[in-house]
Design a protein around this ligand. Structure first.
Ligand SMILES: [Zn+2]
Length: 126
């Protein structure tokens, strides 16, 4: 089971208690009524969606109910860091997991989508 650390509760809890709330650190335009339809579309719909390191908003829905941010590797699905909403976006070079962001960028293409192979049980098979 994937455990996610809530920075407010200060404990790791099962992922079932949390909900993803999209990309973090999206700045809302200061005068949204005056921007063009194209700029509104970019603000509202367009997200970076990179492979590897992402910064996301999460909500501890079945806990304290608060929003927080997380740095997560979309390839390994590992949470590298969680931090309270309003705190600055961490410098990606300070995050270290499996060699850090440089290792993600340099990962061979054949390992990018590698997932653990499920063990198949032979019990019950005819
Ligand atoms: Zn919490």
């Amino acid at each position: 089971m994937l455990l996610i650390r809530c920075p407010y509760c200060e404990e790791e809890r099962p992922e079932l208690e949390f909900r993803n709330a999209g990309e973090a650190h999206i700045a809302r335009p200061t005068d949204i009524a005056s921007i063009s339809d194209e700029d509104f579309e970019k603000f509202f719909f367009i997200r970076s969606n990179p492979k590897g390191l992402v910064f996301e908003r999460w909500r501890h829905v079945h806990g304290c109910a608060r929003f927080f941010n997380a740095a997560r590797d979309t390839v390994s699905d590992k949470f590298l860091l969680t931090y309270k909403a309003g705190e600055p976006k961490p410098d990606a070079s300070t995050l270290h997991a499996e060699g850090g962001p440089a290792a993600w960028a340099n990962r061979p293409p054949d390992q990018l989508n590698e997932k653990p192979k499920a063990k198949r049980s032979t019990k019950g098979e005819a």
